[in-house]
Design a protein around this ligand. Sequence first.
Ligand SMILES: [Zn+2]
Length: 432
Amino acid sequence: MESLNAGFAPVEHSTGKETATTPCLVCGDSAVAVVLDLGMTAPANNFILPDELARNSERFFPLRLGLCRNCGHVQLVDHVPPKVMFDHYLYMSSASSTLTEHLRDLARTVTKNLNLGPDDLVVDIGCNDGTLLEGFKLAGVGRRIGVDPATNLAAAARSKGAEVMTAYFTPDIAASIRNAHGAAAALTMTNTFPHIPDLPSLLRAVDRLLAEDGALVLEAHYLVDLMEMCAFDTIYHEHVSYWALKPMVRLFKEHGFDVFDIERLPIHHGQIRAWVCRKGKRPISNRVTEALSAEEALGLDSAEPYLQMAAKIQNIKSDLIAMIREVRGRGGRVAGYGAPAKGSTLLSFFGLGPDDLDYIADRNLLKQGRLTPGSHIPVVSPARIFADHPNLVVLFAWNFADEIAQQMSAYLEGGGRIVAPIPEVHEIGGKA
Ligand SMILES: [Zn+2]
């Protein structure tokens, strides 16, 4: 297995005092090899206020992707304390209409497949602003509880008719919900699962709360899609795991659960939805075995695909920087559209800043008036783009390209150009 280290970026960053290199989150093995090094970055959702920049209080942490040589799980090598990232969270599910519709559809699907009704309890782990729970309300599920540590989002979730606990989903919290409300017919986690470093604790919590015949339904970025799309920008400190199905199946099996079905979804850059039950309670779908075979064929537990991705990332970087410099060299102006967390990774790794992009427009009011983490580009209202018509707009929320091309039709019709960086630098909408 020595060859796994050949050609990997040397480990040259001090991990400092605040991060610790971590053994495999799934199997506990310490043989986690660095397969991609994205340098030192600020936590991707820590959009700062101008006066915080003046105080020089911003913190940076190493961002390195590791591959477990024992079980094939892909995870971050350096873990940032959750408190740095999640106490004041600026990502809101309802900020995107595509995502809102996706969550509505998930609520309908779970309600139908599990035959949920007015007496049933659904608990959404990492409920964000309550958009999914609102979907369960519309679908007729009687009792809905959300758990999320982000204090600033709880009020929004409550206003959508859910009970919200401002907490991490620990075994104690799970037990207290069960004592007060009984077992949950369904547990949901959308985009929360990749955030959780202590997986055994999570599964003990699930075990305490889930009804005997209940199901956990989770959605996560899928490693196969990440590799195929070269979506390296979705690597950031909050996402401690990058899930393939093989280590996921292993994890659940070791804790008394089966992954009994999966779906692949187009949302974001491609996600996997996994349906999990207590061991032996439901037949296992062919889709699970087929996906496991496909992963095997891709060689995801060897170094090669990650080295190929690193080469593609360098091409994206040089193409995008050349395009920005060409426009600016002619005296043109360049702006960004969408300030998602993944934009923070891309900007930091490419070394782009306010000298390259005048501003980034984003509909999220919580981000407007702030600066992008590490790269310090001002985030403004989308109205600014229509007011001053920059020559080129870089689309960082490239996973919502269709939705945004529609929002931006007036800009495009006025001769504007929008480029998306992933999976390679390409123009969207416009003259075609
Ligand atoms: Zn492992």
